[in-house]
Design a protein around this ligand. Structure first.
Ligand code: AMP
Length: 195
């Protein structure tokens, strides 16, 4: 491996309504690229996905895109990725993304982003991997969701230990630094063969 770390970023295939979301995506890509890191993502060119990938490449990082064949046209597969993997199914995509990453990072997004975030979070609580997971609460986008999750603890459907597996931050660099530090502490404990 020639890169010091690999971060899987989940984010919207749209840009959202506020320039702050685009700026955050650009900051994430620049942070990864300027440290010689690797971005793993869904391989699309649209929305925040395209922004984060472009910023990573522009800053000198590697970009691994993984896209199902059926979405190549719809999500405008990014042909200038360092590696672009066109796979058969959505499940293959998500497995490859998880395997190629040392940590997971969610920016604002829609139901695809929610699904991917919750999936790696549930895999973590089941012990299928031990990779850190970060959620960027940019512009308070995720504040209602975090409130709902707290309510779920109150209703007895979640516990604090599960909640604490999700590292929440508002500043891209600070959250990425926290994740990359946590990677070295948990290295080598993943077993994704069970997903
Ligand atoms: P969204 O956050 O809805 O804009 O989607 C962001 C990304 O999540 C897109 O690349 C989707 O292809 C992807 N995605 C992953 N899993 C799913 C799923 N089960 N349903 C829809 N989109 C998904």
């Amino acid at each position: 491996m020639t890169h010091p770390f690999s971060v899987c970023v989940y984010c919207g295939s749209r840009q959202g309504s506020t320039p702050a979301f685009v700026e955050a995506a650009r900051d994430v890509g620049s942070w990864i690229g300027s440290r010689g890191g690797q971005l793993v993502y869904g391989g699309g060119n649209n929305g925040l996905m395209g922004v984060v990938a472009d910023a990573t490449l522009a800053a000198g990082g590697r970009v691994v895109g993984v896209i199902p064949e059926s979405l190549v046209a719809r999500e405008f597969a990014k042909l200038d990725c360092t590696e672009l993997h066109v796979v058969d199914t959505m499940h293959e995509r998500k497995r490859m993304m998880a395997e190629r990453a040392d940590a997971f990072f969610a920016l604002p997004g829609g139901i695809g982003t929610f699904e991917e975030l919750f999936e790696v979070w549930t895999w973590r609580q089941l012990g299928y991997h031990n990779k850190p997971i970060g959620l960027l609460n940019c512009g308070d986008y995720y504040t209602p969701l975090l409130g709902f999750l707290e309510a779920s603890i109150g209703h007895g459907f979640m516990n604090r230990e599960q909640m604490n597996l999700l590292r929440v931050g508002v500043e891209p660099a600070a959250l990425l630094e926290q994740l990359v530090r946590a990677v070295s502490a948990s290295a080598g404990e993943a077993d994704l063969s069970r997903i």
